[in-house]
Structure formats: C-alpha cells, structure tokens
Design a protein. Structure first.
Length: 365
C-alpha cells in the first residue's frame, strides 16, 4: 500500500505542479518567509513572539538532531530509499535506507511550536507543513509512511519544546502562559506625589485609584505595585515607614472593595547616604528585578500585561519585559513627558491623564 500510494502521488505531473512541489521541498524557498514571520512576531507580539520564535528554533534543532541520528537509528528500515521502477526523482535522495523525513519533522515542529503560543498560526502552518510533506513524496524523496511518521514526530517535538519553554519562562522569568497583570507605580500614580513620604499622614490616594484597581480586579488582572523608595537609602525615611505606608495603601484599597495582589519596593540607591542601602542593585527601576520577582511569584504572562507609572524609569520597563506601558501625567508625569518629547527617552504606548484613564486604555484592549 505504501508503494501504491507513493506511485499515485509521484505520478501526478504538470509544469505548475512540479514547480510547486520542488519549491515546497526546497528549504531555501520558504526560509525567507519564516524569517519574516519571526521578525513580525518579535516586533508585534513582543515577549510572547520572541518566546514562540525561540521555541520554533529549538524544536527545529532538536528535530534535526533526532532526524539525523536517533530517528535513523531506530526507525530506518532495511530497504533502499526509493527502489521502484518508473519513479520520477525530481530531487536527490542520498540516503541508503528509508527513514522519517527530516523535512516533515522540521516543518511540523515549527507549526507545533508557534501554534502552541498563537493558535491561528497552528491552522496556517500545519497546512503549509503538510504541503512540504506532500512534496517529499511527489518529488521522489520519501515514501508516504516515512513522511507521515516525520510529520507526527515533528508536531510532538514542536508542542513539547514549546510547552517546556513556556514553563521555563513562567517559573524562571515570569513569562507566557500565565496570568495577565498590571504593574502600577505607587507615588504619583496610585497616591499623590509628596516628594518622599516622610510621615504616614502624607499618604493620600488619588480619588479614582480604588475604583480603577477594582475595575482591573473585575477584568481578571493581577494588580501589582512596584515602587522605588530611595528615600530609605538617602536617610529621609526608614524601611519600616515604607512598609507601614504600603500596609495603609493595601488597607484603604481593600476597604473600598479593591485588591492589590502584591507590593514590591526597592530601598536602594547607588549614592545612598546609608551604607546598608547604598547599592547598585537589580531591583531599582528601570532594572526589572522587582517585576521579575513578582512575575515568578504570581506566574505572570508579560506579553498580556501592562506597566503604568509617572516616570521614565517606569516606562522603560515595557520594552525590557515585553509589556505595554502607559505614562500618567500625575506626579512627575508632565516633567518626564517633556523629556520624552525631546527624544531623551523611549515613548510609552499611551499617555494618560491619570490612573483612571490608563485603566480605560488597558480595558479597551
């Protein structure tokens, strides 16, 4: 039956058919298209796109390794690659034995890996992969059974690699496949900017902060507050006061019916007056230490998440992590917006009047 099916497919002929089959079976014909797709995903989908591309590359590498070594060793059958009379050989077939097609493995591995992260791509890339599989039979390079085995192995490899990379991204970096979140700066975004809160009585939420957080809760976003508190390193306040202010913020939001899922703060500054806190740390924004720590703890998917704040150091976290960013004009927002317009820093994805307007933008998708 394998030989009969081979003869049927291989026997189809015609200038257009032959051209399409040779093109489909020649990697140099479709590598540029895959490269363009990879660049587009990385640009448009940010973190999620990059992880999908990395997964696809890893899957192809593993597929090639398996195809050339393990698969041949365990699945190669003791028959010549093609040993049938009157077979049209449109491309070379240099192996002495029949084995699962590595072209089929790789094309379906790409489909499985990228389709894991973007379901529409699965429905687009699987047919493209099947065309590659068909072409391997049509040009006389593989038996149908060899191509079928390669296609199944490729999908399994692609899906498995993508699953593993997604788990690694979530647990090590806080990446794709997890929950969506909004990272909020504290001073100047959630509460009124006081140019260092040195007494708890200075703490005052913006009028729309609680309602905005409630709307994010209702929409299924984890709400995480990340705040630089270099006043501790400068000697303006104690770390205990920072914790007390954070506790008051959590209490007032909860009393209003909202929920903040996690608070991260950085008390350091490289030029701090107190030696204990005078550190060039990885948690002070715009470095992503606080976000990565919260992402690991809560299983956050950065590609579905947002960061909102009133400073350039908040906005720079967007490109660094694959999130979209919103600059609020409250706090130091107007000052830093001027710097952005002068080309001194990266532009945010959105500029909002305050936290309420930023949440409106987020919920519009």
């Amino acid at each position: 039956m394998d030989a009969a099916l081979f003869r049927a497919i291989n026997g189809v002929s015609g200038p257009l058919w032959d051209s399409v089959m040779v093109m489909a079976t020649t990697p140099s014909s479709w590598y540029p298209a895959m490269l363009l797709l990879a660049v587009w995903l990385a640009y448009k989908k940010r973190g999620r796109g990059v992880v999908a591309v990395v997964s696809a590359i890893a899957a192809v590498g593993i597929g090639d390794a398996l195809g050339f070594y393990v698969i041949k060793a365990f699945f190669a059958r003791g028959r010549p690659c093609i040993d049938l009379p009157d077979v049209r050989i449109l491309v070379g077939c240099g192996d002495a034995f029949s084995f699962p097609s590595n072209h089929a493995v790789n094309s379906m591995a790409v489909a499985g890996a990228m389709g894991y992260f973007f379901r529409p791509l699965l429905w687009a890339l699987v047919p493209a992969g099947l065309l590659v599989c068909l072409s391997r039979v049509a040009v006389g390079a593989h038996y149908p059974s060899d191509v079928a085995v390669g296609a199944v192995l490729g999908l399994v490899i692609g899906g498995s690699v993508a699953w593993g990379v997604a788990r690694l991204w979530i647990h090590r970096l806080g990446g794709v496949g997890g929950k969506k979140a909004v990272f909020l700066d504290r001073d100047g975004c959630v509460n009124v900017e006081a140019n260092y809160i040195r007494d708890i009585s200075q703490f005052q939420l913006y009028p729309d902060s609680v309602e905005s957080i409630k709307r994010l809760n209702k929409a299924g976003y984890a709400v995480i507050v990340i705040t630089n508190q270099s006043g501790v390193a400068r000697g303006y306040m104690t770390e205990g006061l920072v914790r007390d202010v954070n506790a008051l913020m959590l209490k007032q939001v909860a009393q209003g019916g909202g929920r903040i899922d996690r608070v991260e703060y950085c008390p350091h500054h490289p030029e701090g007056a107190l030696e204990e806190y005078a550190k060039d740390c990885d948690c002070r924004k715009p470095r992503p230490g606080m976000i990565l720590r919260a992402g690991r703890a809560l299983g956050v998917d950065f590609s579905k998440s947002f960061v909102v704040g009133d400073k350039i150091s908040d906005i720079e976290l967007g490109p660094a992590t694959g999130m979209k960013s919103a600059l609020v004009r409250t706090g130091f927002g107007e000052r830093d917006l001027g710097k952005i317009r002068d080309g001194q820093a990266v532009a945010p994805d959105f500029v909002a009047g305050g936290i309420g307007e930023a949440v409106d933008w987020i919920l519009r998708g």
